[in-house]
Design a protein around this ligand. Structure first.
Ligand SMILES: Nc1ncnc2c1ncn2[C@@H]1O[C@H](COP(=O)(O)OP(=O)(O)OP(=O)(O)O)[C@@H](O)[C@H]1O
Length: 607
């Protein structure tokens, strides 16, 4: 697994390659954008030339037909230019929105493929920034690059050629203006670009910290830690503000210098131009064209400098997206069409031989050991037991002994380090994750519900379940409180199910699992928030309901599992007892100790 992560790190896609790949489906849009931009620029540059020709004609020959011709050409140029401008902005916005959407979808889809360890390495806060804010920066930069940066070189070249055509001295003057403006722009970019790139990292940190504070707000209040948390957040916000102010100071300085420079350039053109007109080197009307060219160039360069500054930031965002997209997930489906024959496993090993015929076997732990990527020792050691159809297998053990990890191995949220987990007769690594998980109904330890309605949540189990099936699942799960809600199945569920109590959430999560038709039902500590009476009623209702399937119940209370067909007793990741309640009470000291301590607490009597 570690080798794979290293391999994934070594395989790095370039930012440019990612950008080109994202833009490649939109070639027609890009072609339309280039054409409309050219119309925009041409229109803009034709107007000053025609204006100067109009003035020169009016002053010298006073040929009204010629004046009218220049006027009409200016009108056409204005229409073509502004039409091109409007359409190019629309096309650029559409292109950027499409690319941004595709990038967000790719990063989000990838995040769903990552194992818990891989996701944890990035962190939820950072994943949100990468999916939303980073993609937004890329989107904005694409728009600006097309409509603000790309006209700059074209405008500079054409305007300079036209200026040289009017008078070589004025051409050199315009070239000097371009060089000086470029210098100022390069200085602003050089000063601000690194800070800009760092700012994106700050957004990441603010997001992570804010998310932690908002999620843990009740704990913060309960422990009276508001001032401490506020101080931590204020520090993060202040750091961000300090850097943002530095960037904006550079911008403000360059902006005011550029405005000063614009006026200075205008004066210089009038001053030098007057001399050239006096020397009969050019006509007086041409001065207006030259002033217009210089203003256009400086305006575009000023706008472009904001966009150029965004480029390193967008590059950093693309790089952060690549970090996610380049991960080669440790858990992946076997190669298409070869699941049964060749290996698609992350470890590159051949699939295990077919399971020994056992009509009742639904799942099997075959000498399974497991170690987390960042752990020094195995969490589970040499587990070997079978989950059979029509039987309930229970797992009990101290906290941290590895019970939930067993459930996660069945769903292939992690891959075993040695041995094999088989579900439906095949190793979980030799089935697609969809096919594997379709056989399993899982109630996680933290009963998470999604915002929406109760019916929508239950239909996560099976999309086409009827209302009758949903009510039946709720009845079996002892979630009769839903019948008392005014909106019944249509009752609103807040994010995470926070508008229900812990026990109500657990029962809704159990009902969701029951709606799914599965061969294996896994209940990870799913009865812990229920009172003893409800716990017992639920187990009685579940028994006939799950007779067709294998059931795995992970529990802390002996009373919950004493009727199980087999009980696996776990201690520090090892099986230290396997049998029925009575057998274990006689032969397994660890189990007896757990049962006795709970009996002393009076829990067993309540059942
Ligand atoms: N993602 C992880 N990375 C590293 N270690 C982990 C991870 N998840 C769990 N562990 C460790 O693995 C061990 C077993 O965890 P597990 O959640 O399976 O225990 P458990 O028996 O279900 O505990 P509990 O009864 O408290 O729910 C614990 O020591 C835990 O610290």
């Amino acid at each position: 697994m570690q080798a794979q992560t290293k391999q994934a790190k070594a395989r790095k896609t370039g930012e440019l390659a990612l950008l080109l790949r994202l833009m490649s489906p939109y070639k027609a849009l890009i072609a339309g954008l280039v054409v409309t931009l050219m119309c925009d620029i041409t229109g803009m540059l034709v107007i000053p030339t025609q204006l100067s020709a109009l003035l020169n004609t009016a002053i010298t020959t006073r040929d009204m037909a010629e004046v009218a011709r220049h006027g009409i050409t200016m009108l056409v140029a204005a229409l073509v230019g502004s039409g091109g401008n409007v359409i190019s902005y629309r096309l650029a916005a559409r292109l950027a929105a499409n690319v941004g959407r595709d990038l967000r979808c790719e990063v989000y889809s990838k995040s769903l493929e990552l194992s818990g360890y891989e996701f944890g390495q990035l962190g939820a806060g950072s994943m949100i920034t990468r999916t939303l804010s980073d993609a937004n920066v890329v989107q904005q930069t694409i728009i600006m690059s097309f409509v603000m940066i790309s006209p700059v070189p074209v405008t500079c070249v054409i305007a300079t050629i036209m200026a040289f055509g009017i008078d070589p001295v004025m051409g050199w003057l315009l070239l000097a203006v371009i060089a000086l403006t470029l210098g100022a722009m390069a200085f602003a970019v050089w000063k601000s670009a690194p800070v800009f790139t760092v700012l994106q990292g700050f957004i990441d940190r603010m997001n992570t910290r804010l998310r932690e504070s908002i999620t843990g707000v009740r704990v913060i209040r309960a422990f009276g830690k508001e001032p401490h948390e506020r101080q931590k957040l204020d520090q993060t916000f202040e750091d961000y503000a300090g850097r943002a102010i530095r960037v904006n100071l550079v911008f403000a300085t360059v902006d005011s210098l550029t405005f000063f420079f614009m006026n200075a350039v205008e004066s210089a053109i009038f001053w030098v131009g007057a001399g050239r007109v006096g020397a009969h080197a050019m006509q007086i009307g041409s001065i207006s064209a030259l002033v217009e060219y210089a203003m256009l160039i400086m305006f575009f360069m000023m706008m472009a400098q904001f966009c150029v500054l965004q480029i390193p930031r967008a590059w950093a965002c693309l790089s952060r997206a690549n970090e996610v997209l380049d991960i080669d997930p440790a858990i992946k489906d076997p190669a298409a069409g070869t699941a049964a024959a060749t290996t698609g496993r992350a470890d590159g090993k051949k699939p295990a031989p077919p399971a020994a015929p056992d009509a009742d076997e639904v799942a099997r732990f075959d000498h399974v050991s497991f170690r987390f990527e960042d752990a020094d020792e195995d969490t589970l050691r040499n587990l070997d037991f079978v989950l059979r159809r029509g039987q309930t297998t229970a797992i009990i053990g101290n906290t941290g002994s590895g019970k939930s990890t067993i459930a996660k191995l069945l769903l292939r949220f992690h891959d075993v380090t040695s041995g094999g987990v088989r579900v439906g007769g095949a190793d979980v690594r030799d089935q697609t994750q969809d096919a594997l998980r379709a056989q399993v109904a899982y109630v996680p330890q933290a009963a998470w519900l999604f915002s929406g309605t109760i019916a929508q949540n239950l239909r996560h189990g099976r999309a086409n379940a009827t209302d009758e099936e949903l009510w039946h699942a709720l009845d079996v799960a002892q979630a009769d409180f839903v019948r008392g809600l005014p909106d019944g199945l249509g009752s609103r569920v807040a994010q995470g199910g926070s508008n229900f109590s812990g026990g109500q959430r657990q029962r809704l999560a159990i009902a969701r699992a029951l709606v799914r038709r599965a061969d294996l039902y896994v209940f990870d500590d799913s009865f812990s928030a229920l009172d003893f009476r409800t716990d017992a009623a639920l187990r009685r209702a579940l028994a006939p309901e799950l007779a067709h399937a294998a059931t795995l119940v992970i529990a802390q209370r002996v009373s919950t599992i004493r009727d199980a067909d087999q009980i696996v007793v776990l201690s520090e990741g090892r099986v230290v007892g396997l049998g029925t309640h009575d057998e274990l009470m006689r032969a397994c000291p660890t189990y007896k100790e757990i049962a006795d301590s709970q009996a002393r607490g009076g829990e067993q009597n309540d059942d």
